[in-house]
Design a binder for this molecule. Structure first.
Ligand code: ZN
Length: 188
């Protein structure tokens, strides 16, 4: 399903408005305070730039952190945006009842089973997070923690490949850029 008409644009704007309200009190983890909504907007921008036009995937990308990080429920998303969108968001939502290490391991294990839309969002999400780790990292993160994130992200993305070559190339370039600049900072 492609974005071709005003109804689709309206749906996208509705999702952006909804996500902005849900994330309104949150900031990204970086040392410079950035509104959280910038992140899902960046994720959908990365997808569009890579040629993704599926409307459900774009809307789910905008909403991808609302269930995991705000009090939004999947039922609310289904009522507002339909079952296709809420299903994709469910796929990219970690179970917060599990320990963090377990959740991270499950992302690697489950990646190959995800729908195409969920795989694309996973890759774009990791690109956005890695860019933040280089450009505006959380103050408390050591170099090792940043490198561990890069390593883990590559393992998750390994299970998401084969759908959009442009997006995968962008991920690979981002990892390359991140590891070069993170290790260059150490050598200085
Ligand atoms: Zn995210």
């Amino acid at each position: 399903m492609n974005v071709y008409n005003i109804g689709d644009v309206t749906s996208l704007l509705h999702a952006i408005h909804f996500a902005a309200i849900q994330h309104k009190d949150q900031k990204r983890k970086g040392k410079y305070p950035v509104p959280y909504i910038n992140h899902p907007l960046e994720v959908v921008n990365i997808l569009v730039t890579a040629g993704v036009t599926d409307l459900h995937t774009m809307i789910a990308a905008i909403l991808h952190d609302t269930v995991e990080d705000t009090n939004t429920t999947l039922d609310a998303l289904r009522a507002e945006f339909g079952i296709e969108v809420s299903n994709i968001v469910a796929e990219v939502t970690d179970d917060k009842n599990l320990l963090k290490a377990e959740r991270k391991q499950l992302q690697i294990v489950h990646a190959p089973e995800l729908s195409d839309g969920a795989k694309l969002i996973k890759i774009a999400d990791k690109i956005s997070n890695i860019e933040d780790i280089v450009n505006n990292p959380p103050k408390s993160w050591s170099l090792q923690r940043k490198l561990d994130y890069l390593d883990w992200a590559q393992k998750v993305v390994a299970g998401c490949r084969g759908i959009n070559h442009t997006l995968e190339a962008k991920f690979d370039a981002t990892v390359q850029y991140a590891s070069t600049s993170l290790t260059a900072k150490v050598k200085k």
